[in-house]
Ligand binder design. Structure first.
Ligand code: ADE
Ligand code: ZN
Length: 331
């Protein structure tokens, strides 16, 4: 019997990045959208990226197939089924509303479609969920504010806000006001920082936006005082190893700074980012770092425990998941 996967929380996952080519073609057919690729194989061959922007161009283009509540529900349900098979017990899921409203899809269609799949997740897949609404940092601050106001009628479904898309030249401080509004509405706050952008963006995300977690955060290693602060304040960093290699933030997995981050006492977690594009879901990321970096079982267990420590969970639920991690037997 194959070993059961290590129980984990996935904290850095863009739902649009789980759009597998097979579903993209099925939705294109259903919605009368023409894709500039003849087959799923041809589409997969386009997944060769030189940097974040080259990925984002394809990522946003393929979203053209997502149009109805059913489409968003099917996308999320498909992800949750694959995540469950990889040991995910809790998922905090990002979505990019502006990438859909810009194409004429109402924000309510996006949120209620995703919400429908999330409502059934515990029962169908044994995964508890949270939804985190991200603002596109290469769009204006006004657009982020308009998006937040448009989402207000749906805030019961939203647990937090985040910041993603093209990082360099779009510092966190640009979004001070919308993050302030989110805080006033009682939402959690996270932000991508230090993926391609400089270490100062991490400091700004903490000090100006008041974020509780940093997504990626790799470039903190360029600032020793910042590393010391992140370790002391126990700020979680949601690291995505396969993504970092595919987007050329890191040359090879064997050179990934994850061990250095662990040694520095940082609260790091392992996540999949955009698994349909980067070659794997959470357990694939764990397996890849285990093999490439020679991580032992106790380090893998610690990374899994970190994911639940960093999750937006009540303490009783967190304790239950941590007990599952402690009881896990590696095959
Ligand atoms: N949107 C989807 N994936 C992303 C990433 N890795 N960085 C920034 N924005 C993203
Ligand atoms: Zn991301």
């Amino acid at each position: 019997m194959p070993a059961k996967p290590l129980p984990t929380a996935e904290l850095h996952l863009h739902i649009e990045g789980t759009l597998e080519p097979e579903l993209a073609f099925a939705l294109a057919e259903r919605n009368g959208v023409t894709l500039p690729y003849a087959t799923t194989d041809e589409l997969r061959r386009a997944y060769s990226f030189s940097d974040l922007q080259s990925f984002l161009d394809l990522y946003y283009a393929l979203m053209a197939v997502l149009r109805t509540e059913d489409d968003f529900a099917e996308l999320a349900d498909g992800y949750l089924a694959r995540a469950a098979a990889q040991g995910v017990r809790h998922a905090e899921i990002f979505f990019d509303p502006q990438a859909h409203t810009a194409r004429g899809v109402p924000i309510g269609v996006v949120i209620e479609g995703l919400g429908r799949a999330l409502d059934r997740s515990e029962e169908r897949h044994g995964i508890s969920t949270r939804l985190i609404m991200c603002f596109l940092r290469d769009e204006s601050a006004e657009s982020a504010l308009e998006t937040f106001e448009a989402a207000r009628p749906h805030l019961r479904r939203i647990h937090g806000v985040g910041l993603d898309s093209a990082e360099v030249g779009n510092p966190p401080s640009k979004f001070r006001e919308v993050f302030q509004r989110a805080a006033e509405a009682g939402l959690h706050r996270v932000a991508h920082a230090g993926e391609e952008g400089p270490a100062e963006y991490i400091t700004e995300a903490l000090d100006v936006l008041g974020v509780e977690r940093i997504d990626h955060g790799l470039r903190c290693l360029e600032d020793a005082a910042l590393v010391e602060r992140l370790a002391r304040e126990r700020v979680p960093l949601t690291v995505c190893p396969l993504s970092n290699v595919r987007l050329r933030c890191v040359d090879t997995l064997a050179e990934h700074p994850l061990p250095k981050m662990i040694d520095a006492g940082l609260l790091v977690t392992v996540n999949s980012d955009d698994p349909a594009y980067f070659g794997g879901y959470v357990a694939d990321n764990f397996g890849a770092v285990k093999d490439a970096l020679g991580l032992d079982h106790e380090t893998l267990r610690m990374l899994a425990a970190n994911s639940f420590k960093a999750a937006f969970l009540d303490e009783q639920t967190r304790a239950g998941y941590l007990a599952e991690v402690a009881a896990h037997r590696f095959g």
